[in-house]
Design a protein around this ligand. Sequence first.
Ligand SMILES: Cc1cc2nc3c(=O)[nH]c(=O)nc-3n(C[C@H](O)[C@H](O)[C@H](O)COP(=O)(O)OP(=O)(O)OC[C@H]3O[C@@H](n4cnc5c(N)ncnc54)[C@H](O)[C@@H]3O)c2cc1C
Length: 518
Amino acid sequence: MHKKHAIIIGAGPAGLTAAYYLLKHTDIKPIVLEKENFVGGISRTMNFEGNRMDVGGHRFFSKDENILKLWNELLPAQGAPALDDKILGRESVLVDGGANPEEVDEVFLNRRRVSRIFYRRKFFSYPISLSLQTILNLGLVEMISIGASFLKAKFSQREEKTLEDFMVNRFGQKLYETFFRDYTTKVWGRTPQEIGADWGAQRIKGLSLGKTIVDFFKKTFGSKEGAGETSLIERFYYPKFGPGQLWEKLADEVKKLGGEVLLSSNVKSFHVDANKIIKSARVETAAGMLTFPADYFLSTMPLKELADALDDGLNLRQITIARGLPYRDFITVGLLVNKLKLKNLTKIKTLGDIVPDCWIYIQEPSVKLGRLQIFNNWSPYMVAAPENSVWLGLEYFCTEGDELWQMNSEDFINFAAKELTSIGIVDAEDVRSGVQVKVPKAYPAYFDTYENISELRGALDEIQNLYCIGRNGQHRYNNMDHSMLTAIAAVCAIAGKFSKADIWKINAEKNYHEEKKS
Ligand SMILES: Cc1cc2nc3c(=O)[nH]c(=O)nc-3n(C[C@H](O)[C@H](O)[C@H](O)COP(=O)(O)OP(=O)(O)OC[C@H]3O[C@@H](n4cnc5c(N)ncnc54)[C@H](O)[C@@H]3O)c2cc1C
């Protein structure tokens, strides 16, 4: 018999991990409430006509042994080549006794990461580097102009108030305008002039033209590394059917162990008593509004929405901080095409000889498209017919309520397809069908009231049985592994083995500096 209950808000990576750890390490029964009718949150996989779409392109990588162990407990590593590697005779990284993706579905593939920048109809390495290819693409005259503007910036450094100052000081005006200005604006919806310089200090570490030049000479005249395409290659794990497969499996495990995962259950408000203890959650369900009493509440819902739902738990100033937290939203269009117009000029063999990139950063200023996923290269099993069709994800960064967000789905798919043809990636007659997915609050942003977030965190911690975990649950740019780690830390805090305040410090080593020091 379970003595105590925990309500977990959200069946994304953090919520499901919290439920799993509660079941494995305590006698508390978790009830996961998910407002959507699927699990996985932002890391879900959706299915369109037999083609699976990862709404963000989720690489599985972690430096944490516990996370790697849990992932492998849920899905075993690959022990035999995947379909494409087998057909093409490509090398794969295999584990002795691992699962064969050609025979079973529950398997973690070990995939090769290739991603480049597409600009002026040409490919550049990502991050941008001073390679021979870059010089050939831009031309010697432009490279000389980039070099001259870099030297000018070195000798007349600007006072660093904005991100633009920060970037121009490090890269020079010309390179900044060519590669950074428009893309930053596309991603964040704010120009680098509107973003503080400290943001650059936190996120653009160790990258400068000076280092890039040294790197160029090392690569060109030094070791073999970088001379070919090896510098583009890294590996990552990926479930055979995309990230959602892992979260569906974890939800099944939670249910097997005695937890509950209730879909279409939207948590609307909490009753907080005078001692700052949450007594219950009010939840909108198909059966009407229901009340769920519990001993513990673990929240992965956006801080902005949590603050509004907390009844009398916060004061007006704290609620105002939460309401002012900014987000960047996201729209993905899945587009099924016969073939790409782009030619594969690399030495990497692929099915249908498509370009080998998992995703491509689109720097073309003429389009709003930000990134292009090629799901065939993530896992051939994501695509119904990987040898004669290409399954793409076109990613748009936007803000809820803006022009892109409001466009109806059919118009948006047509618009996205037109953008792709306009920059020469596909021919219009090769587009077969498409689907649109909106992802609100995909990116918690560090602007506006974020500088005061520590006040909000302190106030939330005072609510005795509330634990804020995950990405939007903490308003931190957490990846899946960090989101899971916050969940594990919360379970440890409930068990009295970790400090509740320290849950906010997970993934804070680099992000510490992301909080503005007033
Ligand atoms: C474009 C993009 C690419 C990414 N790529 C990577 C990557 O390559 N590798 C990586 O590790 N991570 C990546 N991430 C990050 C990853 O998606 C997140 O770290 C992870 O999904 C966060 O898990 P979570 O459980 O905290 O939140 P979420 O995934 O957001 O899940 C929260 C859940 O809570 C539910 N919810 C919210 N409010 C309520 C409510 N009131 N009641 C009930 N349910 C509610 C939501 O519906 C959702 O299902 C990427 C993210 C994006 C946007």
